[in-house]
Design a binder for this molecule. Sequence first.
Ligand SMILES: Cc1ncc(COP(=O)(O)O)c(C=O)c1O
Length: 411
Amino acid sequence: MKSLFERCYQYGTKLADKTELLARELASAPPGYYGGLHMTLLEGVRPVTKVRTPSGEVRDMLMLGSNSFLNLNFHPRVIDAERRAAERFGSGAGSPPLYAGQTVLHEELEETLAAFCGTEAAVLFPAGYSGNVGVLSGLCRPGDVIFCDSSNHASLFDGARLSGAEVATYLHLSPAHLERQLKNCAAEGRLIVTDGVFSMEGSLAPVDELVRLKERYGAMLMVDDAHGFWAVGRDGLGTAEVFGVRGRVDLHYGTFSKALGSVGGFAAGRKQEIDYLRYYARSTFFSSAIPATTVAAVLESIRIVAEEPEHLANLRRNRGLFQSALEERGFDTLNSRSAIIPLLVGDEAKLSGLQMALFEHGIFTNIGTTPAVNARKCRLRLNVMATHRPEQLVHAAEVIEKLGKQYGVIS
Ligand SMILES: Cc1ncc(COP(=O)(O)O)c(C=O)c1O
């Protein structure tokens, strides 16, 4: 049976037909996950967050659904940096970077990111999504080939399609399949692009293997480590650090929206390629810069991660503890090695029942299904934060076990 998303997308002949179908379905038989999607936060993200549910009820929820892995959002230094930037720069940028949107803080952040990635230069984007669209469509053109892991983030596929290049999708985590495609490729413009940490399952791309292949077949390699920077690797330097190949990745890409809990994206690499992107990546050239207040918060968060190792240490402890607790209870966590811990369910009806029941028990989680992943591999997606207390995660594992049995996810 097709998911509601697929049915609506394909429905009708006029543009508005599908919108009517969705409105009708949501009014009569909303899917179980609908409530979760329409929860409104009444305060910022904390391990226990105050929310308003779709029925108007105000509740405290154990938060297992935020990408703010280090949860520095209320750190006094971050708040203070943002306040000071507001006093000096005001509330917004008002222009793209190359017009009048680039402040000294933006410059400092670009330099900090280049140093963080060990590259010559870096360029900022207003969001992680739009940055990927800009980088791929700016760098590649018809006649080039972009090799994409089949589980890459939507923004990478969207940017690849927009570029007009051929998109060659290789099997998820399969360097062998990628190599067959590279062998048969006649084009000279070749870009291999992969998530560092895969956002729907927390597994790591085999970046060492990808480096070997790009060097062997003369391709460029871009790693989007949105979920890896400031979260995985000994010093939080990301997936390439885990595999010891940071210096051999051509283009590093990241976002401030995950571990640092803010907003914005960046690419880091050789100066001439980064400078090229300033003009040709249309999502920076034609889009206003991130506000200086946000830049200040991001800069301060980066300093905190370097100066206060307990944040990364707590994240590492929490994710290890939670993943073991769930695996001991019989859940399949799909080889996660990061703060994103999926629980494979494989049946949308069971998944939405489980998620809704968890919601009722005061635990907020996300799900992964179409269009993000195939519905046959649908999953509960749990995100751990550095600020969770171990007993909160043990409690969550116990409730998930009880409800997982009730919904037939584990026996
Ligand atoms: C790998 C990857 N790239 C890019 C993005 C988009 O980032 P943002 O939410 O900052 O737009 C995401 C978001 O989940 C992601 O997982």
